[in-house]
Design a binder for this molecule. Sequence first.
Ligand code: ADP
Ligand code: MG
Length: 486
Amino acid sequence: MPAKNVNSSLWEPVIGLEVHVQLNTNSKIFSSAPVTVSVEPNRAANAVDLALPGTLPVLNKKVVEKAILFGMATAGRIASRCRFDRKNYFYPDLPKGYQITQLTEPIIEGGTLEVRVDDGSIRQVELVRAHLEEDAGKSIHGKYAGKTGIDLNRAGTPLLEVVTAPQLNTPDEASACFRTLHRLVTWLDICDGNLNEGSMRCDANISVRRHGETQLGERTEIKNLNSFRFVERALKHEIDRQISILETGGEIVRETRLYDVERDETRSMRGKELAHDYRYFPDPDLLPVAITQEMIRAARSAMPELPEARCSRYIDELGLPAETAHRLTQEKAFSDYFESAFAIAGNAKLTANWVLGNVAATLNRNEISIENLQLSGPQLGEIVKNIVDGIVSDASAKQVFEHVLATKSNVADAIGQQRESLMSDERDLKALVQRVLDGNPIQVEEYRKGKKKILGYLVGQVMSAAKGKIDPKKVNQALTEILASD
Ligand code: ADP
Ligand code: MG
């Protein structure tokens, strides 16, 4: 165990991430078998995935399109020509004896990712490259006594491996970087982002050096972290371990480590293989890929408004506070929901409050995502519009919201049906009266000049606005009060 009293203030951690992003195509990267996790073992693997002799890989065009989208969104250089290589190694879940990947001519090079850390600071993290490769199958341990099963359903699943420069300096930054990547690839709809099912897996490379030192220290790599919290915890742990080794005069050994979630520690898995161990060479079964201007144009027109741009627009054009804008743009579907509600309600702040308040609370309570909410963005917009127009108070709008959710009725009906009970709410009545007064300035003027009889007309106006479902005595009283007060 590393000593707990390490003097970490003398040391600067340096972290670089390699994130495997599973692309959400229907079929695999080099075969027509479906990409799915939910079938019997080896049912979603065809002859190519099983590496039967005589089969040949055929590149899935969708995989290339999705990688281009990523490169464009991160302002990387999209290769006009890229190529696949064989990475040779033996493992039972890799029947070909090699993985098809990209070493020397990746599809994307460079680019940056704007990462907002929890403390509010912004880091521009450079990306080294993003390359395409195939996933391997899975070994199933512990299911068959004394035997290991092989499931090749995952073999050939398309991956985009995104590599960051060693520019992250804290576990918080590393985890924020992973989260930002997650937001981007789901936003672009190139990955389903399902961390539990391994749709994104992060390898964290970590070294420490004395503050002021310019050379990088020797590093270790922690494999297969599949949650933001694990990235943070594993790195905290590994930083302490490395510092305590160095402070006691030891040396860091270049190796691959595993994070043990249960015991909250990292442990050595294997010595680090170097590139030459893999005997890389260009895959002769696959032609180099030419990326045409047409493909670039298609990607450009498919590009959605990106989260940072949308966030800035919310701040600059809609006048939302920065924190609100950030919270609204964490997830595209959520942000789209806000957009469609705002388009109808016309009041950004109030709509944002509703989306981040009542809507978010409902999602949390029912543990559902926004796509499964029984009340659409436009419906929420209608409810908020009724508040803006002074037809219902906030409190009554909340009741309408709950009513629509529970009964799936439309908003107008819910407001109509509830009007009687709504009108018993003091605030609603006042709001309605005020609206009628605002709409009848001449009559108000006359009333104030002493023509008290006009009150009857105003009562009638309120009654008809409330469709009669209201006690005229209460209306009379509210009108007299409001007219007397201002
Ligand atoms: P490899 O060939 O071993 O995969 P790369 O040069 O491709 O090594 O780097 C892999 C990852 O490790 C990158 O994310 C990079 O930023 C990171 N990295 C490289 N050197 C260091 C270091 N000394 N400390 C921390 N991270 C590093
Ligand atoms: Mg690498």
